[in-house]
Design a protein around this ligand. Sequence first.
Ligand code: SAM
Length: 299
Amino acid sequence: MARTDNDTWDLASSVGATATAVATSRAIASEGPEALLNDPWAAPLVRAVGIDTFVKLLEGEIGDTDDPLLTRRAMKEQITVRTRFFDDFFVEAAEAGVRQVVILASGLDTRAYRLPWRAGTVVYEIDQPDVIEFKTRTLADLGAEPAAKRRTVAIDLRDDWPSALKATGFDAQQATAWIAEGLLVYLPPEAQDRLFDDISALSAPGSRIATEHMDMRNIPSDWAEKLTERSRRIGSNINLAELFYTGERNSAAEYLTGLGWRVTVRNTEQAYAAHGFVVPDDELAAFGNASGYLSAVLR
Ligand code: SAM
């Protein structure tokens, strides 16, 4: 179903299912003696959501492909590069003294439970109500305990989330570390700009942000269709072409720079190389080379 301005979802439908897809990759990368990640909650969360394809992928029953983007190894490396970028960002923010954290579009992100937060850190998670409720309940049932003070904000990021965040105790006078992982492409272009405007208005000096950087000038217009077609090969029935807002949008790096943030971009190749990996030799992986990950600091 095509996107609408007020669409909603849970973790098994629409945009919500993409959070389960990403958690499946984290679960796969966390398994075995040579695990690249350590997210012990990813697999039980994916099983609890219960999407057949993702449970079968987890079990290794499907997904045996020679598609260079989608071999088990390629999936593990891709999610490791992404997860570690945002993990390291938070670790560095903590070292710099930041004790207030906001995870935008938190999905099945378990960082509040698994990162070594410093004493006194408050982690806010924002996502749609059904997503927040499911993860909170399931992790509690599994006996998982947050490693920081965790506060949830169940709201759509196209709505007035800054008021909801402040109502939960967020302190705009304190430096904050924000992440928006796997979010931007699911927001209409103007909502992305508004998101960065709102984040900037809530950010005291010394605040930091990390997100993906997409250089749309180097991305073919049919990339979402191609990605959808390719992921069908491992049994996924998520239609990314229907869920993404493709086409023109401001570059996150340029927009944040304009708002006074000091931005650093690590392109995909550099991000892979940081872990000793090489970007797969593949059309869809290659267009990402002008893209990558960005982090920024507000002076
Ligand atoms: N950040 C998580 C991760 O990397 O594992 C989840 C990424 S998942 C690809 C996209 C997430 O964005 C979903 O959890 C979805 O609910 C959330 N999302 C997308 N648009 C949103 C919106 N308008 N309001 C709230 N959450 C949104």
